[in-house]
Design a protein. Structure first.
Length: 581
């Protein structure tokens, strides 16, 4: 489980080593101080020998300064290495997520992926810094201190061995109990992040319906649930404190009792007993460090597992080796296509059933149907945003699975239902479609999409800053900018998934006229809710319950298809009543 994470240390292996190396030196200098102190007491203080006091005192001072210097160096390199490790780990996660299909992202949820990249990586970063420093210091302190205590008095040293074994067993049992509890806590964090993201993204809707109080109440419940789950895990961890205190007091009592007997018996000096007490504190401080390590690692093990889950997940959609990099034309063919979505429990919801359809290159195809009829799912199979469950989708006469994925998607421009713009200027957003697009090409695309007029009204024109998500432009303006961005790809197939729903019918008609005039050789597939958006199409596909109910021209469908006629009559009736008023 740790192998893939260790691989991300990369260029920070050297500072990681130096952090541990300086920590070893710090421990060695620190452990030597009680040894020197025993000599100072026995050969200097008790014998009133000032030369020995100055000599051993000087050695202690040098050891203390060297220990301090090595500790500072270890802290510096440790912070540098752990921060770099976290940077590499987030980069690896982000790069992996970019390869995910929609199906992969749906299975993790966006909030869950954010939690893994932020909270989980931070936990691992803190644990890594602790591993290369404290995890080196604690065992070395423990081993060296016990070894030194054996050199002073083996009988008393066995006290430390027994205490260490007892405490280790207690911590091992607690770890087995708290690991699944922390795993459940992070799953709850995922859900909370999803709720936060949903609330902030849709804040305008929340305020429009005056749901602030309800959303706050829902957030409090989720936060309280996480708090309770976390506290249940912490309550188990706190059991380590009584075990630690029991070890400390037991050690002091046994050493005091046994040490007094040995001094009276003449087999131990006062300096040696003082050193034993110092080593007692060193050993117990090491055990306290082990407690800190144990708490941090208990949390981070769950984070490591969640990070590995992302890093080891392979995309359900990948490019074939030596995939095709040439699309002959914009023809599209569906051959007995079936498609279904799968939920977390593995249950399938069938969306498309035995779809057979041939679209000629350069055709203008309209698609209409009720909510849930499979319109969006149908077109998302063309650029392989999802893969078919059965059957075959062909573009330019070739199975879409035979194409290099990046090349295929560059030839199939798609404007989704949710129109997203990114932070930056209008020009920068347009160059998502073509990073080498000139200003003239951007303006030309915006004119076709009927966006140039309102852009020119902005103070900064095409250099106007777009806020995150395009929140400072209207829904209709956002749709037109997204269409212009797609046009700059100069695709062989252009798909507009209900992408003019927020513009008026006059602007909609102007956009369609611009597309017809400028993209004559491009296959245009438009999903529309308004008859007016698709009535000029070469062919119109009527979808119903995941199947193609009818295909034909507007005039024929009005006469022969009940679903199309019902939609047409509802929309024209409303228009007629409005005209009458």
């Amino acid at each position: 489980m740790l192998q893939s994470l260790i691989a991300e240390i990369k260029e920070y292996r050297k500072p990681s080593f130096l952090a541990s190396f300086y920590m070893v030196l710090e421990v060695m200098f620190e452990i030597s101080i009680p040894f020197v102190m025993a000599s100072l007491l026995d050969q200097g203080v008790q014998q009133s020998n000032m030369d020995n006091i100055l000599f051993y005192g000087g050695i202690m001072l040098v050891c203390a300064f060297l220990s301090l210097f090595c500790g500072m160096q270890s802290a510096r390199y440790g912070a540098f290495a752990s921060a770099g490790f976290a940077k590499n780990l987030r980069k690896a996660l982000f790069k992996k997520i970019q390869t995910f299909s929609f199906e992969n992202i749906d299975s993790f949820s966006s909030g869950g992926l954010v939690t893994r990249m932020m909270t989980d990586v931070t936990n691992v970063q803190n644990s890594y810094q602790m591993i290369i420093r404290v995890c080196v210091r604690a065992p070395l302190n423990l081993i060296f201190a016990i070894a030194a205590s054996f050199l002073i008095n083996a009988e008393m040293a066995f006290i430390f061995v027994g205490v260490s074994l007892f405490l280790g067993a207690v911590l091992f049992l607690i770890t087995k109990i708290v690991y699944p509890r922390f795993t459940a806590v992070f799953a709850a964090y995922d859900q909370l992040n999803n709720n936060i993201q949903e609330n902030i993204t849709n804040m305008r809707v929340v305020k429009s319906y005056v749901k602030e109080a309800e959303e706050t109440s829902k957030f409090k419940k989720s936060s309280r649930r996480i708090y309770n789950m976390f506290m249940r895990a912490i309550r188990v961890i706190t059991l380590s404190n009584p075990a630690m205190m029991l070890s400390i007091y037991t050690s002091f009592i046994l050493i005091s009792w046994l040490g007094a007997q040995l001094i009276v018996g003449g087999t131990m000096t006062t300096g040696e007993l003082t050193s034993m007490f110092t080593y007692t504190m060193t050993i117990l401080m090491s055990l306290m460090m082990f407690l800190m390590i144990f708490v941090m690692l208990s949390i981070s093990i769950a984070s490591v597992s969640r990070i590995n889950e992302v890093l080891h997940t392979e995309s359900t959609i990948v490019s074939p080796e030596s995939g095709l990099t040439a699309v002959a034309d914009g023809s599209v063919s569906f051959d007995h296509v079936q498609f279904s979505y799968q939920d977390e429990n593995g249950d399938k919801t069938h969306v498309l059933k035995d779809i057979n359809l041939d679209i000629q290159s350069g055709e203008f195809i309209g698609i209409i149907g009720g909510t849930g009829s499979g319109k969006s799912s149908l077109v998302q199979l063309i650029p392989r945003l999802y893969d078919v469950e059965a059957g075959q989708v062909r573009v330019g006469g070739q199975d879409v699975k035979d194409y290099d994925l990046d090349y295929l998607r560059k030839q199939v421009a798609m404007v989704l239902q949710t129109n997203v713009l990114f932070s930056g200027t209008i020009k920068e957003n347009m160059r998502w479609g073509n990073k080498h697009a000139t200003d003239e090409e951007i303006i030309a695309a915006c004119k076709i999409a009927q966006a140039d007029e309102f852009i020119q009204d902005f103070k900064d024109g095409y250099d106007t800053k777009i806020e995150r998500g395009g929140s400072n432009v209207s829904g209709g303006q956002r749709q037109r900018l997204c269409i212009a961005r797609a046009l700059l790809m100069n695709p062989k197939i252009l798909i507009l998934d209900d992408s003019t729903s927020a513009v008026d019918t006059k602007t909609d008609a102007s956009i369609r006229q611009g597309l017809a005039a400028s993209l004559k050789d491009t296959t245009k597939i438009i999903i529309g809710q308004r008859i007016s958006s698709i009535q000029d199409a070469d062919r119109i596909i009527v979808m119903n319950d995941g199947k193609i109910d009818a295909i034909g021209r507007h005039e024929d469908l009005v006469l022969t298809n009940a679903i199309y006629r019902e939609i047409y009559e509802m929309q024209t009736q409303g228009k007629g009543e409005a005209d009458a008023k």
